[in-house]
Design a binder for this molecule. Sequence first.
Ligand code: IPE
Ligand code: IPE
Ligand code: MG
Length: 242
Amino acid sequence: MAAKDITGESPAHVAIIMDGNGRWATARGWPRLVGHRRGAERVRSIVEAAPGLGIRYLTLYAFSTENWKRSTEEVIGLMTIFARYIQSEAQRLSAEGVRLRFIGGRERLDKKLQKLMAGIEARTAGNDRLHLTVAINYGGRDELARAARALAEDAAAGRIRPEEIDEAAFARRLDTADLPDPDLVIRTSGEMRISNYLLWQSAYAEYEFTDTLWPDFTPDELATILSRYNRRERRYGGALTA
Ligand code: IPE
Ligand code: IPE
Ligand code: MG
């Protein structure tokens, strides 16, 4: 029998590290924030195309726990873009059946932004066509530390016994408790690193890297990447199928 070397179907959960906005703008002699604005426009077209490409879950890295190191101007500019995105897309996302959620620590975010985030999560909670998750102030290590703290609190309060702590108990305390693990992680801009993204969840994800800067990333390129993914065989530690 010929080797079965294809997954044969679209990845249900695609996670993207949207990188390269700054370089895209700098190359044109424009301020970095112009690149971030173009990047946000890209999000719209990718979200629109995702269901047609067989994607049910799309998780986008928008701001990492390390991105606070950037200038105040850039950080505030990015937060403003997030707030505007939520406000301008609310109607469209609702109409298109998109459920929008956020992962990452919220306390450090502006109260008004937190309110907008909670509002759109509630407004789109009944949608099921596409599960869009945006990672803001997200870091895999921070998420794991928060989950460990939650487990310790539960153990100290007698809600869980140490011997009951297993992978499932841990996963239930992650920000992604309600999401399946990503099948495919894509990073744009040519960098070959994961920058603290979905560390636990990507244990068996496939990875794709493209040199394209995020503001230039198109639904067509996404489709090409998905067709490459379809030719991969995922083994999860098992043996190659004969
Ligand atoms: C990705 O683009 C967006 C964020 C990290 C917020 P960058 O801003 O990192 O762009 P480059 O990597 O500097 O080009
Ligand atoms: C990763 O990009 C974070 C996001 C895309 C939001 P960075 O540009 O922050 O990552 P590094 O610093 O190049 O690793
Ligand atoms: Mg970058």
